[in-house]
Write a protein that binds this ligand. Structure first.
Ligand SMILES: [Mg+2]
Ligand SMILES: [Zn+2]
Length: 172
């Protein structure tokens, strides 16, 4: 199985700190169209997202789940099936194995779904997304410009794009 792994905040929706409310969730233009193309190419789609707002107490796992169910329903309505969602609820200080740039969520996904990592992609908006992918054996990576500071010269990403909507020209 080949996967396009998507970070959530900044890739699927406009970046907003510690987002958990449906009314604050704004899909990036072209995200559904891009995902439909991935599907047509035979990719499945998995979301991998750091959610330290949970450990920090800004919202809880139920809040995350509620938003997540709504997000998946919106994708479904647009003809996109999200195969799975992995999230890390920890802070950097927790030193867990799942928080990107560690590859834990990607490796769990690989085990669960028997994924061919060398034929898969990662789309993220932070260098941490790219690092996690590389550590998990994914060399096909796209960094999108969401407003996070990125050092484009030092980035290990294979491609740097303005948004996921342009990934249609890369993942063919
Ligand atoms: Mg992000
Ligand atoms: Zn974690």
């Amino acid at each position: 199985m080949r996967i396009v792994f998507l970070d959530r905040d900044g890739v699927i929706n406009q970046e907003k700190n510690y987002l958990y409310k449906i009314e604050d969730f704004i899909f990036i233009d072209g995200v559904f169209d891009a995902c439909r193309q991935f599907q047509e190419l035979g990719f499945k789609i998995i979301i991998v997202t750091n959610q330290s707002g949970i450990a920090r107490g800004y919202y809880n796992a139920d809040d995350f789940d509620k938003l997540n169910i709504w997000v998946l329903a919106q994708f479904k309505q647009q003809g996109v099936d999200i195969l799975d969602v992995f999230y890390c609820p920890h802070t950097p200080e927790d030193d867990c194995e799942c928080r990107k740039p560690k590859p834990g969520m990607l490796l769990s996904a690989q085990k669960k779904h028997n994924i061919a990592m060398q034929n898969s992609w990662m789309i993220g908006d932070k260098e941490n997304d790219i690092s996690a992918a590389n550590k998990a054996g994914i060399k096909n990576t796209i960094l999108v410009r969401s407003g996070h500071k990125i050092n484009e010269k030092k980035s290990k990403a294979q491609f740097i794009l303005n948004s996921i909507s342009q990934s249609k020209t890369i993942i063919l």
